[in-house]
Design a binder for this molecule. Structure first.
Ligand SMILES: [Zn+2]
Length: 95
């Protein structure tokens, strides 16, 4: 009985090309957390704050829960070829 050996090949998730088994590949995790630079103005009154919170509540109720969640927190894992890794690092000014 012969055993069949299966080699996994992966695709780069940016350029979509198969990464040959002779090349290294890179696994990454992208994690984006929303921040805000919107501060309540010093002149805000309790009524204005209550009105802003009410408007925010209405907006949240109308929003798609999945989309809203991803606007606040998004995590994705991906696999890259060496060329796309280098381009990503350059694009993010990490080289
Ligand atoms: Zn690539």
């Amino acid at each position: 009985m012969t055993e069949k050996v299966v080699f996994l090949t992966y695709r780069c998730q940016i350029c979509n090309r198969f990464i040959p088994r002779t090349e290294p590949f890179f696994e990454g995790t992208l994690e984006l957390v929303a921040g805000t630079n919107q501060l309540l103005a010093d002149e805000s009154t309790p009524e204005r704050i209550a009105a802003e919170l009410q408007a925010l509540t209405v907006a949240i109720e109308k929003a798609d829960p999945r989309k809203l969640e991803e606007e606040v927190y998004l995590k994705r894992q991906f696999r890259l070829c060496p060329m796309c890794r280098q381009q990503l690092l350059t694009h993010l000014h990490l080289t």
